[in-house]
Design a protein around this ligand. Structure first.
Ligand SMILES: [Zn+2]
Length: 484
């Protein structure tokens, strides 16, 4: 009941903010529903007040008098993408760090997501909660221009553990991660998070030994306590675990979303039996370890949103999270990773892991907001998934994790969050890159203006941060002091 009331408030606020007042009929396109049902080859749908009010084969839909008509003959329409795992706020493309963490920069990242077709994006365990709650409320109240909807998970890790060597430079000064050593501390932290009505929590198991030396892993009794307590409060729990032993442990302990794919070894029968039993959602987040697509030659799809200097930096390996230059030859470790992926990925799926679109974008410009989704989907295809199944993983299934029912499919009653494509992604998922238009809440996104903004070489981050600190209280005083 509480959720429904909240959604209603959201709908009213957003409708006031950016929905188109008139009724529009979109007709003639192939319609991909988003739930793996067959597409409607020549379809029509009506959008009113940001929502789809009718959908079906062309001719079966009767538009109200005075409705505007948009002919989409030859196009394909699919639901907007929904990304359940990325890292928002710290990337500045010509800089990376806590100084970039402002509402304006968070909005910039959400605009980039929307530019490439994402309707929602969930940042994972990396935000100070007071900031994230305020930002989400402000977005719902219509205070920001159209962008992907902001979702977030609270973060938990052992002291000094958690995010990778770069991300932790942002999360530590902002006290974004709850540090816990014992089951009792874990329960206490979950209760605090639940008290803020935050419904998602992520924990990191890794000890990050190589980078930081001798850190302690989160032991099973601590993460089991997190999972049990979080489930008491109706929360969704995401577990970052990268090796086979830890993945077995967290799935066995009942985590809702398994994050990462075992890359360094092959999965075994014991793990597959655990997956079959538990059937967790799975955020494989694989593409960050890939070579940049910019290494394969001209790539207007990616280059259109990056300053030229950033394109050159990526090719040369000058990224904040260390990466190889394009000129570096593939090494034996990379070949082994590829071999293990080819072996492991289909086995996760066959065992019942419910794959959900997720990218880990936000720690490297080479794999950033929006275009990372399209790379990740191409990987799914290369590893054997059919386009129709990839579309389910990228549109409707993420809403199960986000716990929202208002988007993710082309269906009566859903928000009009959709992509108009010049080619059919059911033939080849790469065709999802052929974006003619993005509509969010029934309004067409001004992609040209966004593209020009993204392409600008240098943003004056100092001025941005100064303005933000004046107008906004993004962080509690103690963490703000540490950040400065
Ligand atoms: Zn991540």
């Amino acid at each position: 009941m509480q959720t429904r009331t909240w959604l209603l408030v959201v709908a009213i606020a957003s409708a006031a903010a950016n929905a188109q007042p008139r009724t529009v009929v979109y007709e003639g396109a192939r319609l991909i529903i988003g739930d793996a049902s067959p597409p409607i080859e020549s379809g029509a749908f009506i959008v009113q007040n940001g929502h789809i009010t009718a959908i079906g084969p062309r001719g079966s839909i009767h538009a109200p008098a005075g409705a505007a008509r948009i002919d989409l003959t030859g196009k394909t329409v699919m639901p907007a993408l929904n990304n359940i795992h990325l890292h928002i706020g710290y990337e500045g493309f010509v800089s990376w760090g806590v100084e970039n963490h402002t509402p304006e920069n968070v909005l910039d990242h959400l605009e980039r997501e929307a530019f490439y077709g994402a309707g929602t994006a969930m940042t994972m365990g990396d935000q100070p909660l007071a900031f994230a709650i305020r930002f989400q409320q402000d977005q719902l109240a219509g205070k920001f221009p159209p962008a992907a909807r902001f979702f977030f998970a609270a973060g938990m890790a052992p002291p000094g553990g958690g995010p990778d060597a770069l991300l932790i430079q942002g999360t530590t000064p902002l006290h974004a991660v709850h540090e816990v050593s014992t089951p009792a501390e874990a329960v206490q932290a979950v209760r605090e998070i639940a008290g803020l009505k935050v419904k998602q929590v992520k924990f990191w198991v890794d000890n990050r030994d190589n980078a930081r030396g001798g850190m302690k892993k989160m032991p099973p009794e601590v993460y089991s306590a997190i999972i049990q307590e979080a489930h008491q409060h109706g929360m969704i729990v995401h577990a970052h675990a990268t090796n086979l032993q830890d993945q077995k442990g967290v799935v066995q302990a009942g985590v809702d979303v398994l994050v990462h794919t075992v890359m360094a070894e092959k999965v075994d029968d014991e793990f597959l039996a655990i997956l079959k039993d538990k059937k967790p959602y799975w955020a494989p987040v694989m593409g960050l370890g890939d070579r940049s697509e910019l290494c394969d030659g001209l790539n207007p799809f990616i280059e259109q949103v990056l300053p030229d200097s950033v394109v050159e930096d990526i090719k040369a390996g000058r990224t904040w999270l260390p990466s190889s230059p394009c000129a570096a030859p593939a090494n034996a470790q990379f070949a082994r990773r590829e071999e293990n992926l080819k072996y492991n990925f289909p086995k996760y799926l066959a065992a019942g892991a419910r794959i959900v679109l997720s990218t880990d974008a936000g720690v490297s410009a080479k794999y950033a907001y929006g275009f990372a989704e399209h790379h990740e989907m191409r990987m799914y295809a290369n590893l054997g998934m059919a386009p129709a199944q990839i579309i389910v993983a990228a549109t409707s299934r993420p809403t199960e994790v986000l716990r929202i029912q208002d988007t993710g499919m082309l269906a009566k009653g859903k928000r009009a969050d959709f992509l108009v494509l010049n080619a059919n992604p059911l033939d080849n998922i790469r065709n999802a890159r052929e974006i003619d238009a993005v509509y969010l809440y029934g309004a067409k996104l001004d992609r040209e203006t966004l593209r020009a903004k993204f392409k600008q070489a240098v943003v004056d981050r100092d001025a941005l941060a100064a303005k933000s600190k004046k107008d906004y209280v993004p962080h509690p005083p103690s963490s703000r002091k540490a950040a400065e």
